[in-house]
Design a protein around this ligand. Structure first.
Ligand SMILES: O=C(O)CCC(=O)C(=O)O
Ligand SMILES: [Fe+2]
Length: 320
């Protein structure tokens, strides 16, 4: 417990200082082993079936024209995190994650996005797709979901992810959210290198591609009244770690030159009542509630207290 408390104090300090947090070994070894086995099995099954359309198929399906193809979404019922992997939100590891999030957000906490993110090994991506998205510089995004052969999309596939702030995923939000990433595979050497710009959480939302010049250890942001030079730092994350940032911290993922997929669980958290930008509010999962919220939402827990009736926005309906 005292270890957890000091962890939380450091977490708050780290996050406030840099708008970035990396906690080693957040997942229990049991949860890591189970989740890792499941995502790797999923990946290799998809790979055996043939992950992506061929160039001819993609052309016939209109995926290569400039006109946007029909949207292919990961439906909630197919999303791994809401189906075969939904055990994870009940796990001891998720409990640790939500305790940590409560320390950064407060006791009124919601989780509003849960997905598996795969950065596909370069060697598993057909040449015609690589030509469309490489090099990473100047690209709008690195999502390659539309080329997936599988009829049911269960996870989110990337070739890379150019510099961005996660507000681009939630443009209609009020920016009050954290992204948490839980790598289930190591992010070392060529395993989809993850970079961040520490101390960038106050930069105004930038649309993509973000105009910049990049050196080995710095990035110069060229949009805005004066160019700003920020540190560029690689996060050497290992399977089971936690990496977390708020809506405006810049990060990027380079292509995966290793033989194995780089796979993360991703959860977004916000304080209850924040505008998340979700169109379907059923995707919002209450994680914890303050005492005040519990009292207002359901009434006291004492068995002698009258049953809670209802509260209609500003008008409290009390029946005695
Ligand atoms: O794959 C990663 O490590 C990061 C992915 C990412 O940037 C995102 O999901 O917004
Ligand atoms: Fe991101």
């Amino acid at each position: 417990m005292s270890q957890d408390l000091s962890l939380i104090q450091n977490v708050e300090k780290d996050m406030l200082r840099e708008g970035l947090l990396h906690v080693q070994s957040l997942l229990t070894s049991e949860d890591l082993a189970r989740a890792r086995l499941q995502v790797l099995e999923f990946y290799h099954q998809e790979l055996d079936k043939g992950l992506f359309y061929s160039a001819d198929e993609a052309k016939k399906l209109g995926l290569l024209s400039d006109a946007p193809p029909p949207a292919r979404r990961v439906l909630r019922k197919n999303n791994l995190m809401y189906s075969s992997m939904n055990w994870f939100v009940q796990s001891a590891s998720f409990e640790r994650l939500s305790t940590l999030m409560q320390s950064l957000v407060g006791p009124d906490l919601d989780m509003f996005l849960a997905r598996v993110i795969v950065t596909t090994p370069q060697g598993h991506i057909p040449e015609f797709i690589r030509e469309l998205y490489e090099p990473i510089e100047g690209q709008l995004h690195g999502s390659i979901n539309k080329f997936l052969r599988s009829e049911t999309l269960r996870a989110f596939f990337f070739i890379h992810n150019p510099w961005h702030q996660d507000w681009v995923d939630m443009p209609a939000s009020d920016l009050r959210f954290f992204t948490t990433l839980l790598p289930l595979t190591d992010r070392l050497a060529g395993q989809a290198p993850l970079y961040v710009m520490p101390c960038s959480a106050s930069v105004e939302p930038q649309s993509m591609p973000v105009p910049h010049e990049e050196e080995e250890n710095t990035v110069k942001l060229l949009d805005g009244p004066v160019p700003r030079v920020l540190e560029k730092r690689r996060i050497i994350a290992k399977a089971g770690d936690l990496v977390c940032w708020p809506a405006r911290t810049f990060h990027k993922v380079e292509v995966n030159t290793s033989d194995e997929p780089a796979i993360n669980l991703r959860f977004n958290f916000s304080p209850t009542g924040a505008r998340t930008g979700l169109t379907d509010l059923s995707n919002l999962v209450p994680v914890s509630r303050s005492v005040l919220s519990q009292l207002v939402e359901t009434g006291p827990t004492d068995p002698k207290s009258p049953a809670y009736v209802s509260s209609d926005h500003l008008q409290l309906k009390v029946i005695r």
